[in-house]
Write a protein that binds this ligand. Structure first.
Ligand code: FE
Ligand code: FE
Ligand code: FE
Length: 222
């Protein structure tokens, strides 16, 4: 950005700036997806993210073609939005202990990325159409289709499998939750001997927790 003059003067400039923004974002995503793939423990989710990593690598090339169509050299422009979305994903992934819950967190983080891309490509395609860059609009449209399909696939796998499992509503999920709970119980039993005051605090907290549980169960049945 210029210090004394503004660099974006026309809609054409804005279009190129948008291309640079999403080019930066796509490249950042190709570097960040491997960590998500690595952390995902569900094979189907892992495969889905791997497929999208390959698509993303191709999307980078597609953008390079669009730059070329505009007579510009492909160049990224720092996108603070994607940097933030990725940083938040890394933070959350680092905080989740349970593997099943982690898979659902990864889906949500990946969807935040897809939604950002969908808004950007949506605007770029509209601008390309307005500016008469038909071929660019068509090429960008191929990418938008992939982003939307990825988002839909993530919703499907979360709702069909990952969310119920993380919530302990599947056989595998329940078994894992039980194993985790008994581990926690035995370690808290050991801890209980150490502090009478914390035991009193725990029993005071117990009725409130039961009410909460009942409420949740009621809601779920409805
Ligand atoms: Fe993409
Ligand atoms: Fe951006
Ligand atoms: Fe994507």
């Amino acid at each position: 950005m210029g210090l004394f003059s503004k660099d974006i003067k026309t809609m054409e400039d804005l279009f190129v700036h948008g291309l640079q923004d999403v080019y930066y974002a796509e490249k950042k995503i190709t570097r960040s997806l491997p960590a998500m793939i690595d952390k995902a423990t569900d094979a189907e989710l892992k495969r889905g993210l791997q497929t999208h990593l390959k698509e993303t690598e191709n999307q980078v090339k597609r953008l390079e073609r669009v730059f070329e169509m505009q007579g510009k050299t492909a160049q990224g422009y720092k996108c603070p939005a994607i940097d933030g979305i990725i940083r938040e994903a890394e933070d959350v992934m680092g905080e989740v202990e349970d593997q099943d819950v982690l898979n659902t967190a990864i889906v949500a983080a990946a969807q935040a990325v897809e939604h950002y891309e969908i808004t950007r490509y949506g605007a770029l395609i509209a601008w390309a159409g307005e500016l008469g860059h038909k071929q660019s609009a068509k090429v960008l449209g191929e990418t938008l289709k992939e982003e939307k399909a990825t988002d839909a696939k993530l919703t499907a796998i979360a709702e069909r499998k990952l969310n119920p499992r993380a919530d302990g509503r599947t056989v595998a999920g329940r078994a894992r939750k039980r194993a985790g709970a008994s581990k926690k119980r035995s370690s808290s039993r050991r801890g209980r001997k150490t502090s009478a005051r914390s035991a009193a605090r725990r029993s005071a907290a117990r009725p409130a927790r039961k009410t909460q549980r009942k409420k949740t169960a009621g809601r779920r049945r409805a």
